[in-house]
Write a protein that binds this ligand. Sequence first.
Ligand SMILES: Nc1ncnc2c1ncn2[C@@H]1O[C@H](COP(=O)(O)OP(=O)(O)OP(=O)(O)O)[C@@H](O)[C@H]1O
Length: 469
Amino acid sequence: MRRYLQWRGYEVQYVQNFTDIDDKILNRANAEGTSMQEVSERYIQAYFEDIRRLNVIDASDYPRVTENISAIHQLIQELEKKGYAYAIDGDVYYKVQNFSEYGKLSGRSLDDMQAGASGRVDSEDSLGKKKQNPFDFALWKAAKPGEPAWNSPWGVGRPGWHIECSAMVKALLGDTIDIHSGGGDLVFPHHENEIAQSEVITLKPLARYWMHNGMVTVNSEKMSKSLGNFTTIRQLLDRGVEPNALRLFVLQAHYRKPLDFTEDAIASAENAWKTLKEGLLFGYQYGQQLGIGDWGVGTRDWGLGSRKGKTNTQCPMPHDATCYMPGNPSTAVAPPCPNPYVESFQKAMDDDFNTPTSLAVLFELAKELRRQGNLLTHQGKTDTSSETIQQQWQTLVHLAQVLGLEAVPKDETDAKQERLSNADIETLIQQRQNARKQRNFAASDLIRDQLQGVGVTLIDKPDGTTVWH
Ligand SMILES: Nc1ncnc2c1ncn2[C@@H]1O[C@H](COP(=O)(O)OP(=O)(O)OP(=O)(O)O)[C@@H](O)[C@H]1O
């Protein structure tokens, strides 16, 4: 999302907060005999390690709750002053009844919710005596013995969960933010409560857009820590799943939809990445053969700066049009000129970040390049002009980069190693025939899959021979 907005010419300030204090962290620290800080720090570092392996750009800021206690105090005091909060026995609660718009994000009405929750007692108010309404929520909690705690106007305690986000948004970004994101499981009560806390103070919308991602599911159930049905990013990467394959796994579904995690889905994302990677490496493999040098490979200053109204004089295509200038280029490949692929990609992404459709554009290009590559390898020529192929490749590299998908050969020989001659293919087919005769199907499947991975499909004929394309 961030890369796309930058590519469209927006300046993006992206703040991502860490909840470094909550009941689960405290329980873990107690179980381990360590401190809350120690547990939080360990998982924050683990998070950075994993997310960077996935090629996710760092946020502009990573505020933590424990670093924003005074901003939290200030907000709670303002809420109290305006009659939206009340203190009782060292706790402070938000009075939902006083906010007439409570429930507007999730489409719930307080009256309906109250009817459905009569007699309900929750863990924040174990005796059911402190809250005036069961949907009032804690802004500040009196400290229990042994818990980390801060002095406050209401006594020693710690912040409730929801207030941290309102306080950090206000402190770091201002009254209204453009986009607020988060998991769909947070719409109620978390985001609803954020709105309630922020908007009665600022009298402005908290966010212009809410982007809620669908849940990753396992057998149609949410993948979660508490259910224990999770596989971590690290487990997947450590067993050899490529970061880009994981990206594809996520991007192939629209972000608002659920995403079912299965081994088959990961395997199919890995296959998809092989196809895309082949396309992304095309220029490094065939640029020389097509007689147009390295196509900008090695030049690292393409298109820096704003995309608006600038003509890229370095564009290798003979034309007058404005070339695309991504805000954050990290590849050494020249940007493409305007073309229907770029338009389709942009149209899909402008439609609430429709990544499945935008990926289809990438695969169309990758498959076309694979076709060209096969022709060049096996016939030594193609009917399509070098300029056209060059544009297709540059388009693919740049659009893929907008989705954080990148592939660069480790060294120049690397790419060539993946190139098989006709004789190589025939030899592999023969080896596969031998394996099949010996009923070693694991070996024969491996050869077929390896060939498929580089774009060579084998077709077994009824007469026992194998042809390929
Ligand atoms: N299965 C999931 N798919 C997508 N996002 C998720 C999923 N589970 C949690 N999130 C998001 O991750 C963030 C952290 O959530 P949280 O710590 O509550 O995880 P959790 O696994 O649901 O925890 P627990 O099971 O202990 O309640 C939230 O933004 C949440 O919306």
